[in-house]
Design a protein around this ligand. Sequence first.
Ligand SMILES: O=C(O)C(=O)[C@@H](O)CO
Ligand code: MG
Length: 259
Amino acid sequence: MMRLAANLTMLFNEVAFMQRFALAAEQGFKAVEFLFPYEFDADLLAHELHRHGLTQALFNMPPGDWAAGERGMAAIPGREEEFRSHLPTVLKYAQALQCKQVHAMAGIVPAGAQRADYEATFIANLRHAADFFAPHSIRVLTEPLNQRDMPGYFISHQRQAAALIDQIDRANVGLQFDCYHAQIMDGDLSRLIESLLPYIAHIQIASVPQRNEPDQGELNYPHLFQHLEQLGYQGWIGCEYKPASTTLDGLGWAQPYLS
Ligand SMILES: O=C(O)C(=O)[C@@H](O)CO
Ligand SMILES: [Mg+2]
């Protein structure tokens, strides 16, 4: 049975963030994920999680100045110190939330920049983060993002991410395989998932092209779920989509997978 995690950044936006845990649990989710916890107290978040019996499947490391368009800095030359300075804070949240996976966003490569410099920075930073988190059994994830929504993002293809993970060469670095981005950039998802399974630590889903409920659009999720089950995928599936109407109105698709 596929294990769904509610993405609280995108779902249950009908209520304030701290109230979304209760709604997710009420609907039968056993786990949640969200982008950034840092404006909330770690212990309060942990309290919400635990009182609703939820697992924290994933959250992101600080992305830099989001409002100014920054989308992480793991690959940005000159930002190494800043990237590394975030690690103790991320660890504090991960420990409070008992979360075993964090996503290190890579950042945007300016047009005309030397890509090799960005690759070297990314590899060094991810090794550093992986070594920092390894004693705590925490994995560092990297996620390719599609170029239509995120022009210039450092990683946009799944196999490109897998090749970088090989170069990083740390056991606790994995791939965050977001089917929405993967379909836009790569396609052939059944075979892609099959060949990259050893890298995949976390999966996310949404319809393509609208990024709405997964029972719409060009992807056949019942087929992909069956395929993942046959392949023995054990991780969480993050529901990272924008409800077309309200979250609850659109949640019918998930009923077979929620208890
Ligand atoms: O945009 C996505 O897709 C995500 O999963 C966010 O965490 C940003 O990387
Ligand atoms: Mg995603």
